[in-house]
Design a protein around this ligand. Structure first.
Ligand code: DOR
Length: 458
């Protein structure tokens, strides 16, 4: 007998088909049958989810997640990372290859895919290494990685620094049609910078990374796209200057796409200053005139690329609205507490981002920087477009025949981030204790309910 689920009476927003209407979503045997229209003839034994007063969207897609398995299971595993994903409303996540060993061969890719299948929560799409061992010396076997299921190639965490090698990566990628996803950071400019090269780094006496370190490599890569015809996806863009480079590349008709993280959209370099009593608990930057406390710095705000300035966050929000930025991706980077309970220079780069993503993005909606359907587009159809035509009919959409991946949201519920309750092993978030508005109520993968918000947390 068919297995059906009916999600009833919600505001169904599916930007892939310009849909924004009160209605139902019917899923049968893991596949969307209809979305938007009222269903009057639901199958008899159908499970019913009441979504009255809630928002119903295609399952979110995250192009940038660090699952740490194999090799760093103290930070995260495929099981804990995919549970964190579905709690955050993500039904598909792309796994970065900076594992140990790195995902530079078919065997490691298969290992990650098998672990994801066994856990059975979010879908996992692996990203293969661009270079062997992520060492930046010679290309990985991109054809082998593509055959094993890689959806793109990246040395994320490290840039593909050698311009000749990047040229070859883009050239070879044309044979598979898959993007090269570069972590753009010119090493001779970023050096050992731990924060943005700005006033906070100066005040804390720390080396900074200038915006130009990112922009330099993005500009280089765009010219290499023009030279080779390869597809470039720019990971975690963080500066207004990068946004302009991507805008001009798109105007030239080049195959360049870009993503932004919730933290680069909303948080600024001031967050590295640590907790200052005034304003604590709110999503506003620490006051730069407040006296430094015992917690003069906050390693949880150390991330690569670094949190930048308000001019940058404003430009990125505008780029997200305009569509210059194709996707919101978390760069979920879980670390252990000891990786962060140390000096700023010793601390690992990264923010655990899956479980706070919607609440953070919704703060942009709440303050009128972007409308909800556009924000949802950048979490669904936008990333599906980056993945390409093979994925678009299947995920990031509620068109008939798509996989029954659905996220149910309450944009009005306020909740306080408590990292101790995270499914992720990584509790490293600078927004711990902050009140966010917008909660993921339910996540459905292939017609199966895999997450339901605990009432206590709502
Ligand atoms: O902050 C970051 N952490 N940026 C990266 O590019 C890598 C990531 C990690 O793997 O921890």
């Amino acid at each position: 007998m068919a297995d059906s689920t009916l999600i009833k009476g919600g505001r169904v927003i599916d930007p892939s088909q310009g849909l924004d209407a009160i209605g139902d979503v019917l899923i049968t045997d893991g596949v969307v049958v209809s979305a938007g229209a009222k269903v009057n003839d639901a199958p008899k034994d159908c499970k019913v989810i009441d979504a009255t007063g809630l928002v119903v969207t295609p399952g979110f897609i995250d192009l940038h997640v660090h699952l740490r398995e194999p090799g760093q299971e103290d930070k995260e595993t495929v099981a804990t990372g995919t549970l964190a994903a579905v709690r955050g409303g993500f039904t598909t996540i792309c796994a970065m290859p900076n594992t140990e060993p790195p995902m530079d061969n078919a065997a490691v890719i298969r290992q990650v895919l098998d672990a994801a299948k066994q856990t059975g929560l979010a879908r996992v799409l692996p990203i293969g290494c661009a270079t062997r061992g992520r060492k930046g010396k010679e290309l990985a076997d991109m054809a082998e990685l593509a055959a094993a299921g890689a959806i793109g190639f990246s040395d994320d965490g490290s840039p593909i620094a050698d311009p000749g090698l990047m040229r070859n990566a883009l050239s070879y990628s044309t044979t598979t049609g898959l993007p090269v996803i570069n972590h753009c950071e010119e090493p001779s400019l970023a050096k050992d910078g731990v924060l943005h090269e700005g006033w906070v780094a100066s005040r804390l006496g720390l080396p900074g990374q200038p915006a130009a370190a990112e922009e330099n490599m993005v500009a280089r890569d765009i010219e290499l796209v023009a030279l080779t015809g390869g597809r470039l996806h720019v990971a975690h863009i963080s500066t207004a200057g990068t946004l302009e480079l991507v805008r001009r590349a798109k105007e030239r008709g080049l195959p360049v796409t870009a993503e932004v993280t919730p933290h680069h959209l909303i948080l600024t370099e001031e967050w590295a200053l640590g907790t200052i009593e005034e304003g604590a608990g709110e999503l506003t930057a620490p006051d730069k005139f407040a006296p430094l406390t015992n917690a003069a710095y906050d390693t949880r705000a150390k991330v690569n690329p670094p949190l930048r300035t308000e001019d940058d966050t404003e430009a990125l929000a505008a780029g997200l609205r305009d569509g210059i930025i194709d996707a919101i991706a978390t760069d979920h980077a879980p670390h252990t507490s000891t990786d962060k309970a140390c000096t700023m220079q010793e601390a690992a780069f990264g923010i655990s981002g899956l479980e706070t993503a919607f609440g953070m993005v919704n703060s942009l909606v709440d303050r009128g920087d972007i409308d909800l359907p556009t924000a949802i587009e950048r979490l669904t159809a936008g990333p599906a477009r980056v993945l390409g035509e093979a994925y678009q009919p299947w995920i990031g959409t509620l068109k008939p025949g798509a996989s029954g991946d659905v996220t149910v949201l309450d944009p009005d519920t306020e909740w306080v981030v408590d990292s101790a309750t995270f499914a992720s092993k990584g509790r490293n978030t600078p927004v711990d204790g902050i009140t966010l508005k917008g909660l993921v109520m339910k996540t459905i993968v292939g017609g199966r309910l895999v997450h339901e918000a605990a009432k206590a947390n709502a």
